[in-house]
Design a protein around this ligand. Structure first.
Ligand code: FHN
Length: 452
């Protein structure tokens, strides 16, 4: 994946540069942005779960295996997808872990680049390589005999637990008859007529997904076969296709939130989605945005990475850093082929949940840090007249120096979760707080400064 992904990223950069003089002109407002009314829940909730789950989960070598290993459509379909049998998929358990971790919405892959539909699609062209069997969980695997619908199970579990339900959909489709896998952009169109028909059928699938599951979010991806001019077989996706796709989604579900990857880098969609990165404070998007990140270097389940998860502390600090810049955080799990959550992901979700139990008020519904630069020890979030100092590096001398918010008078300073008032001194726009010798939470201790 690395080579193709690098080429894709380069081309996206070129597209972004080409687009920089085009559509999206950053709002001429301050760094904060106004949140559209239909995004209020999203901007408030801040923290969601991403789930990469598909036939690739059975193979256990990541969601790009078909492309990386140049597996033919026939081999991938008959030897991998056909054997995918997620009988242990437990939506209630996944939602329980998500909710306990403090997550407020879930986005699961309905169809990833492999083109395997995770629902009982009736759109005729999404067939297997023989053109006879529908390439879906229901029709192409023995799991279909269970009569189960994993997307509906997750949707219902989310509804019951009060979490929003969203879907991921890949525009690129390595198994669809319109495309041949390969090329620098991972798939090439077989003809311009096939391209047109594929777009029509993609819209029909999206209509199915909206009608069946009423997702609050449609998270597009695989929009990188970009052409700045007319589409070609290699560069078969254009900005106007992206505009059209966004408008189509809004026409079939007016309140659905759609990410920018209908055709990225043009300011399209309702929110930007930096991947595995947190924008520098000097370059924060001037519209709603969400960083997506996984718990290790894999999105879809990779057996080889089951011992190499990121630390819970680094994930908590990323969550706080994203919130300090006014963004959302979409943290991924990659369930195993049988549908089970990995023990590594459960451990991290429990650890994040333990921190959120005390500190979630410093994340949900906060505004970005009121200060342009982060201190050396961490970052800030703010809610009205309360500033939360997220301290990653605890001062050795028991003195935490922080900035004063708008030279306001201070009501009290405490450690979040504790009532004891901390002593402090003020000198101009600096506050020096006397803190305990040891950090109450080595991952991120939150100091609360309540202003009058
Ligand atoms: O190619 C995909 C990848 O498999 C994964 O889905 C990530 C998650 O956002 N998006 C693309 C890589 O940028």
């Amino acid at each position: 994946m690395k080579k193709i992904a690098q080429k894709i990223m380069t081309l996206l950069l070129v597209a972004a540069l080409a687009a920089s003089s085009v559509a999206y002109v950053p709002a001429q407002t301050a760094s904060a942005y106004t949140v559209p009314s239909n995004m209020k829940w999203w901007a408030r909730d801040k923290f969601g779960m991403f789930i990469h789950f598909g036939a690739y989960s059975y193979y256990g070598q990541g969601e790009w295996a078909m492309n990386e290993q140049k597996i033919s459509k026939k081999k991938y379909q008959t030897e991998i997808a056909a054997k995918f049998n997620p009988t242990s998929f437990n939506a209630t358990e996944i939602v329980k872990y998500a909710k306990q971790a403090g997550m407020k919405y879930i986005v699961i892959t309905a169809k990833h680049h492999e083109g395997f539909s995770m629902w009982d699609t009736k759109v005729a062209s999404f067939k297997d390589y023989t053109g006879t069997k529908t390439f879906s969980l229901q029709s192409y695997t023995k799991f279909g005999a269970t009569g189960r619908d994993v997307l509906m199970e997750l949707k219902k579990a989310c509804d019951k637990a009060g979490l929003k339900f969203g879907l991921y959909y890949s525009i690129v489709d390595w198994n669809h008859s319109s495309q041949n896998i390969g090329g620098t952009l991972s798939s090439t169109m077989t003809s311009m007529d096939a391209r047109a028909k594929y777009i029509t059928d993609m819209k029909a699938q999206l209509k199915e997904l909206v009608d069946l599951y009423d997702p609050a979010v449609m998270w597009f991806d695989g929009d990188w076969s970009y052409s700045a001019k007319k589409p070609t077989l290699e560069n078969w996706w254009t900005k106007s296709d992206g505009v059209d796709l966004y408008r189509y989604m809004k026409s079939i579900s007016p309140n659905i939130l759609v990410n920018e990857r209908v055709c990225r880098s043009f300011g399209l969609g309702d929110f930007e989605c930096p991947e595995r990165s947190i924008p520098d404070k000097s370059a924060v998007p001037k519209r709603p945005w969400e960083t997506c990140q996984s718990m290790n270097d894999a999105w879809g389940y990779k057996k080889s990475l089951e011992k190499s998860y990121f630390s819970t502390g680094s994930i908590i600090r990323d969550l706080a850093m994203v919130a300090s810049e006014g963004g959302n955080y979409l943290l991924n799990i990659g369930p195993k082929g049988n549908g089970q959550m990995t023990s590594g992901s459960k451990k991290i979700l429990k650890g994040v949940g333990k921190w959120m139990k005390t500190n979630s008020v410093s994340i949900y519904g906060v505004s970005a840090s009121p200060f342009k630069k982060d201190p050396s020890w961490g970052t800030y979030t703010r809610k009205n007249k309360t500033v939360y100092a997220h301290v990653y590096k605890w001062p050795k001398n028991g003195k935490l120096v922080m900035k004063r918010y708008k030279n306001k008078k201070i009501k009290k300073i405490t450690i979040l979760g504790k009532s004891k008032k901390l002593k402090y001194t003020i000198k101009k726009n600096k506050i020096t707080v006397n803190v305990p010798k040891k950090a109450p939470n080595t991952k991120d201790t939150v100091i609360v400064v309540k202003y009058k």
